[in-house]
Design a protein around this ligand. Structure first.
Ligand SMILES: CCCCC/C=C\C/C=C\C/C=C\C/C=C\CCCC(=O)SCCNC(=O)CCNC(=O)[C@H](O)C(C)(C)COP(=O)(O)OP(=O)(O)OC[C@H]1O[C@@H](n2cnc3c(N)ncnc32)[C@H](O)[C@@H]1OP(=O)(O)O
Length: 194
């Protein structure tokens, strides 16, 4: 029987990721890509408020503090919320690639329960790129960057243009985003590729 293949395994011909020359410096705090984003948005009252920083190479780190609103079982984080934190962290690699991409597939391993009030320290990196397909991986650790591994994910992101959002988003929010100079500046920053 041949080895199992997965859409999360980079195909032959995939290449290593390239850090964009204008990527934020390692350690630099990445802003929100959208103020209403459930993962990183500053104005999203119900969100995770992830604080993400650029790393070395094509990597990022993030911190997510688990709140009572994120519970699934008493005193423990909901698995879907943890998947969101992993998804958002991998998605933030967009800032380092300067490429807009959306999640096509996300596979999550839950290793340890994560209590409320935990600071979950996440790190993510791009492992390979093949055409519009971007392969990423992320790990979440409890309490510190070298704490015990609680969650892991592998993901396939697909590169899209800003038009993806303009064509698919609800009119009200798209109009507001296009009228917000800060939002337009963020979107433009991702459109310029060498
Ligand atoms: C003006 C407002 C602007 C606002 C935004 C501004 C800036 C944003 C900037 C930066 C973003 C920064 C950070 C983001 C951080 C976190 C966000 C979290 C990420 C998310 O939470 S994001 C939401 C969830 N996400 C979706 O909402 C996607 C829904 N979906 C689709 O919109 C389509 O489905 C799409 C576009 C994915 C593909 O559609 P498509 O037509 O363009 O391309 P196609 O189907 O041809 O796929 C091309 C190749 O990918 C392979 N492929 C595709 N899907 C696959 C799958 N699932 N599994 C395995 N392989 C797959 C195909 O097999 C083919 O492979 P091959 O080339 O080898 O044949």
């Amino acid at each position: 029987m041949s080895a199992p293949t997965s859409s999360l395994t980079p195909p032959e011909g995939a290449r290593p990721p390239v850090r964009h020359p204008d990527a934020p410096a390692p350690g630099e705090l990445l802003g929100a890509h959208y103020d209403q984003c459930f993962g990183c948005g500053r104005d999203q009252a119900h969100g995770l408020h992830l604080e993400t920083r650029a790393g070395e190479g094509v990597s990022v780190t993030a911190v997510f503090t688990v709140k009572a609103a994120h519970q699934g079982a008493p005193g423990l984080a909901h698995g879907g919320v943890l998947a969101t934190a992993l998804d958002e962290t991998i998605g933030s690699l967009s800032w380092v690639l300067r490429t807009i991409a959306v999640t096509g597939r996300l596979e999550t391993d839950y290793v340890l329960p994560v209590p409320v009030d935990t600071e979950l320290h996440l790190d993510a990196r791009v492992t390979a790129v093949h055409g519009r397909k971007i392969y990423g991986t992320a790990t979440g650790r409890i309490g510190a960057p070298d704490g015990p591994v609680a969650v892991r994910a592998n993901a396939l992101f697909i590169e899209v243009k800003v038009d993806h959002f303009i064509e698919n988003g609800r009119d009200t929010e798209i109009r507001a985003a296009l009228e917000d100079p800060d939002q337009v500046r963020v979107a433009r920053a991702f459109e310029v590729n060498p």
